[in-house]
Design a binder for this molecule. Structure first.
Ligand code: ZN
Length: 319
C-alpha cells in the first residue's frame, strides 16, 4: 500500500467503514491521529496530500539557464528525458573545457558536440560556446563561427579569470553580439580550513565574486552570469557582493541547496537578476524555486522571463 492509499484508507477508517487490516492501531481522537508501522498521519494534513506537486511543477514555463551536455548525463537524450518530466521547455546547454587545458582543438570539439545536440533537438536546446582566451585569435574566430551557427552565449571555465585582460577582446565581442557571459565561479566556504578567496591552490584561476565586480564595473554594458549559487560556495557572500552591479546575474543551479538560498538571492539582487538553472541537478533545482517564499509572479520571472529577457536582446528569445 502506498502512502497516498494509506491516507485515503485512513480517512475511511475514521468513519468506521474499513477493516483494520494493515493498521497496527487506531486512535480516533480530535485530530484523528492514526499510527501504523511508526508512521503518524494527521487528517489535518489531508490538503497537503491532495496537493498535486507535479501539477505545480508543470504550471511554470521554464528555461534552464545552466546545463551541460556530454558531461554528466551521457548523450543529450539524458537531458531531454529529465526536462520532459519537469516541464523544462528550453535548456541553455554548454560543454566547457572541464578537463584538459582548453586548447583550440579541445574547445572546437566541445562546441561541435553542443552544435550536434542543437541540431538533434532544435526546439529544446539553446547552445553556448566555450573558448580559452589564452588562445586569443582562435577564441575570437570561434565566437564568429558559433554565433553564425546559431549559438546564443558564452560559457567559460577556470582557464583564465573573468577579469584578466586576456578576456577583454572576448567580452567586447560579446557586447557587440548582445549575449551573456556565463562564467564558472566559486567562493569557498572553508571546508577543512581551505578558502578559495585567500588560497588558490586548486584551479587558481577560478573566478571569485571580486573578479566579477571588477569586470562588471569595467564593462557595464556586458552581461555576466555568476554560475551556480547552489554549487557549494558561500552564496550569501556572492549575492551580497553583487548588490550594486546590475549587469551581474546569478543562476540558482547546483546540488547544494540550503534553505532560504533562493529567497536570499531575490532579496539581495531583486527579482530580475536571478535565473533558474539545474547544472544537471534537475529535481532539486526545480524544487528549490517552488519551495522559495516568492510570489507567483516572482517564480515566473526566475523560472522563465528573466532569462528570456536576456535572450531577447539578441533576438534569440522564446515566444
Ligand atoms: Zn555547470
Amino acid at each position: 500500500m502506498n502512502r497516498r492509499k494509506f491516507v485515503s484508507g485512513s480517512l475511511l477508517s475514521s468513519a468506521g467503514l474499513v477493516t483494520a487490516s494493515g493498521l497496527l492501531s487506531f486512535v480516533a481522537g480530535k485530530s484523528n491521529n492514526i499510527s501504523s508501522g511508526g508512521q503518524q498521519v494527521h487528517n489535518t494534513d489531508q490538503a497537503a496530500f491532495d496537493f498535486d506537486l507535479m501539477k505545480e511543477v508543470r504550471k511554470f514555463r521554464k528555461i534552464d539557464a545552466h546545463i551541460h551536455v556530454h558531461l554528466f548525463d551521457g548523450p543529450p537524450e539524458g537531458n531531454i528525458d529529465f526536462a520532459d518530466r519537469l516541464g523544462i521547455e528550453k535548456m541553455v546547454i554548454s560543454r566547457p573545457a572541464y578537463e584538459g587545458v582548453g586548447t583550440p582543438g579541445e574547445f572546437r570539439k566541445y562546441n561541435n558536440q553542443v552544435l550536434d545536440a542543437m541540431k538533434a533537438y532544435p526546439d529544446r536546446f539553446l547552445g553556448q560556446f566555450t573558448l580559452n582566451p589564452v588562445f586569443q585569435k582562435e577564441s575570437l574566430e570561434e565566437i564568429a563561427r558559433c554565433v553564425d551557427l546559431g549559438m546564443v552565449g558564452l560559457k567559460v571555465y577556470t582557464q583564465v579569470k573573468i577579469n584578466d585582460p586576456l578576456f577583454y577582446p572576448v567580452i567586447e565581442k560579446m557586447i557587440d553580439h548582445k549575449m551573456i557571459i556565463h562564467m564558472h565561479a566559486h567562493t569557498q566556504l572553508g571546508v577543512g580550513g581551505y578558502r578559495m578567496k585567500y588560497d588558490t591552490k586548486i584551479r587558481p584561476n577560478t573566478s571569485i565574486p571580486e573578479d566579477f565586480t571588477d569586470i562588471a564595473q569595467r564593462y557595464p554594458e556586458a552581461m555576466f552570469q555568476y554560475a551556480h549559487i547552489g554549487g557549494g560556495g558561500d552564496w550569501e557572500y556572492a549575492c551580497k557582493s553583487f548588490v550594486d552591479y546590475p549587469n551581474i546575474y546569478v543562476d540558482t543551479s547546483g546540488s547544494n541547496n540550503p534553505e532560504y538560498m533562493v529567497d536570499f538571492a531575490v532579496q539581495q539582487l531583486g527579482e530580475d537578476r536571478v535565473f533558474f538553472g539545474t547544472d544537471n541537478c534537475y529535481y532539486q533545482s526545480v524544487g528549490k524555486i517552488l519551495a522559495a517564499n516568492l510570489s507567483e509572479s516572482q517564480k515566473k520571472k526566475v523560472f522563465f522571463h528573466n532569462y528570456n529577457n536576456i535572450l531577447k536582446k539578441a533576438g534569440n528569445h522564446v515566444d
